[in-house]
Design a protein around this ligand. Structure first.
Ligand code: ZN
Length: 498
């Protein structure tokens, strides 16, 4: 019997604000443990939280980008539980009136072998993932287990770092769909500028809710939850493992326990952690220390107006208006840094296709060869555009253009300065090319005379000699024209004498 995997996600995103969600402590990553705490985020009795306005703005902008309805009368709720990294004894979250609801995001799903049936739509390469809700909450501290000392230390600095939790409907049917969604979401959040989404620093983490069922069955099976997966690889491996584990049990007539499981990245296995709590066990109640949030239509419009063009809109525009192939448009919009570079380059050189070609071929090769991430690019925004202009105006050769790009990529070199320093400019001065041509025609008398006698294929040889004479630096078109002219003149003189 065949089975299918059903996955829903809860994605936690750390917001890139200067200060925390309910106090003015900085949100900086790193630093000495417990360096950034105060009475509010450390949960001392009597301390009162105040909402950071930026967090609300970012939450509304993200809701809009995810096509959610923005809740105009939203509020915070207390989620009570006791855990060493939570000094207040509760988390301030949103249960009853989350800021965003009923949204969606479309992802690209290339039809592949082995994909579950029943998901083909009119546009087979797109799939819509529904967003159940989006809410704001504060992060907890961090437990650091010290094996050597056989102790656990607590760093409260992360307490109160603002989080958005994005909850999807159980719409995923494979790990590829999940990673496609996370990748699209990460790109989008970076474009909006609300988070840097560094998975390695935990600023984007995903909880995976997973169940399995025989193909054809419509009711959902019992799901388990795997918490805090912090890389695409971990998400993908965890889904594969957990789906197989559950199916083995179901196939043999067993039942799945509703539980939270821990994914062990080294062993590549999931382990039972605790039975899943129901909302009732958290004894949620409205947060009495914070007022109800009222969001006006004007405020929503204002935030909508500052939303930048999002990756999916850009992709569409690149294909329809700039006439770029779909494949190029996908790559050029997969990272904010590449998109910024592409748009600036196209603006400077005036030709999106040229800009795209240099990025798709030359820059991507440099990124791959050096295993560099786009976010670590050193090249200045305007460098590639300048290089393309220099090449198109015949001031540097294609090979020199590539060398300039390598230098701009590796050390942020300024193309014009680098071309000066390395003497990469082509010789475009007619006088010096005439001189070089005169010289080689004198030195290659035999080839010259044969040409004049009708052996026209000698032209290539003479052109090569002339190029060599200029050490490969002549503007090729100009050199050709000078040589043609000179030979025509000789031929004319010769006929005159006859
Ligand atoms: Zn604080």
């Amino acid at each position: 019997m065949e089975f299918e995997t059903i996955v829903g996600l809860e994605v936690h995103v750390e917001l890139k604000t200067e200060s925390k969600i309910f106090c003015s402590c900085p949100t900086r990553f790193g630093g000495a443990p417990n360096a950034h705490i105060c009475e509010v985020c450390a949960g001392l009795p009597g301390a009162l939280p105040r909402l950071n306005k930026k967090v609300l703005d970012y939450a509304v902008m993200t809701s809009l980008a995810l096509h959610c309805e923005v809740t105009k009368k939203s509020r915070f709720d207390r989620k009570n539980y006791f855990y060493p990294d939570l000094p207040k004894g509760y988390q301030i979250s949103q249960l009853y009136a989350p800021i965003g609801r009923n949204g969606y995001m479309d992802i690209d799903v290339r039809p592949e072998a082995g994909r579950s049936p029943g998901e083909a739509s009119s546009d087979a390469s797109k799939k819509r993932i529904r967003i159940h809700e989006l809410h704001m909450e504060d992060d907890a501290g961090k437990l650091i287990h010290d094996e050597a000392e056989n102790s656990t230390k607590i760093d409260f600095s992360r307490c109160g770092v603002p989080l958005l939790e994005i909850v999807t409907e159980p719409d995923f049917r494979s790990d590829e769909e999940v990673t496609a969604f996370l990748s699209e979401l990460r790109t989008m959040l970076k474009f909006i500028g609300v988070s840097d989404c560094k998975m390695q620093e935990g600023s984007l983490r995903a909880d995976v809710n997973l169940s399995v069922r025989p193909i054809g069955e419509t009711a959902l099976g019992t799901r388990t939850e795997m918490k805090n997966l912090s890389s695409f690889r971990a998400v993908s491996k965890a889904i594969g493992y957990e789906a197989k584990r559950q199916w083995e049990i179901v196939r043999c007539g067993g039942t799945i326990d509703r539980e939270t499981r821990r994914w062990d990245e080294e062993k590549e296995m999931s382990f039972s952690m605790r039975k899943k709590e129901d909302a009732a066990e958290y004894k949620y109640f409205p947060e009495p220390d914070l007022p109800v949030l009222r969001i006006t239509d004007e405020k929503i419009d204002e935030l909508r107006s500052v939303l930048p063009e999002l990756p999916q809109e850009k992709r569409k525009r690149y294909i329809e208006e700039l006439h770029l192939p779909e494949y190029d448009a996908g790559i050029l919009t997969a990272n904010k840094e590449i998109t910024v570079l592409f748009e600036k380059t196209a603006e400077i050189c005036g030709d999106p296709k040229d800009a795209s070609n240099w990025i798709m071929v030359d820059l991507m090769k440099l990124l791959n060869d050096t295993s560099t991430l786009p976010e670590d690019l050193k090249i200045r925004e305007d460098s590639l555009g300048e290089i393309i202009v220099m090449f198109k105006e015949g001031k540097v050769s294609r090979a020199a253009g590539k060398e300039l790009l390598r230098a701009a990529f590796a050390e942020g070199a300024v193309p014009k300065e680098y071309a000066d320093a390395k003497d990469l400019w082509l010789i475009t001065d007619r006088g010096s090319l005439e001189e070089a041509v005169g010289k080689i025609l004198g030195n290659n008398g035999k080839a010259r005379d044969e040409y004049l006698a009708g052996k026209t294929k000698n032209f290539q040889f003479l052109l090569g000699q002339a190029m060599r004479e200029t050490k490969g630096k002549a503007d090729p078109a100009l050199l050709r024209s000078v040589l043609e002219e000179k030979l025509a003149q000789l031929s004319h003189d010769k006929t005159d004498k006859m």
